[in-house]
Design a protein around this ligand. Sequence first.
Ligand code: SF4
Length: 224
Amino acid sequence: MKIAKRTVKPTDPARVAAILAELRKAYPDVVCALIHKNAWELTVATILSAQCTDVRVNLVTPALFKAFPTPKAMAAASLPELEELVRTTGFFRAKAKNIKGAARVVTEEFGGKVPQTMEEMLRLPGVARKTANVVLGSWYGIAVGVVVDTHVMRLSRRLELTKNTAPVKVEKDLMKILPPDRWIAFSHELIHHGRQVCVARKPRCVDCSLERLCNSGDKTWSSA
Ligand code: SF4
C-alpha cells in the first residue's frame, strides 16, 4: 500500500492500516516479555515492572514465586520479606505493599483467581489501567483497552496517532483509531519497536520499516 507522506491526515484509516501491517510484518510472533505462568504471576510482574526493566523483573520473580507461590501465600507474607525479594526493582516498599495488598484482595474477594474485568482489576492495589490491560489482554485475551507504557506513548506521538501526553487520553485516542482485534498485539509490537528501533534518544530511522510513513520531528534519517 502506497501512502503519500504529508498529504494524508496522520489518523487516516489507510495510513493506520499501513502502520499496523508493517508492525505485524516486523514482529509477527510478539509476546509479553515478562516471564509468567499464570494471570497472578503476570499481575505481580507487571506491578513490579513500573519504573523498571522487564529483564530486571524476570531476574526477581523466580525467587519471589518460589517463596510465595499463590496469592494466599503472598497475602500472608511479611512486608520485610517481600521488600527484600523485590528490592532491586526500585520503589520496593511501595511495590511490596501493593503486591501483598493485591494478593489479599484476590484471595479474599475473588476466590484466589485474578478477575477478568477492568472494573474488578482496578480494585487491586497497585493496579491501574496499564497493568489491567496487560493481564486482561495477554493472559485472558480480553481486549478492553490498549496498554500505554513509555514506549507506546513515545511511538504513538512520533507516529502522530495522538497529541496527548496523559496515558488515559493516549489510550482513548488509540482505541478510536485502531481496530479492537489489534489492541492487544499493537502494544506488544510498539513496545518491541520502541526497544529495538525507535529508541528514545537517536531513533534508528535508517533501520525502521515505518520510516516512509513517519513524519516525526525526532527522525534521524529520511528517505524523502
Ligand atoms: S522513522 Fe524513526 S522516529 Fe519514525 S518510527 Fe521509525 S525509528 Fe521512530
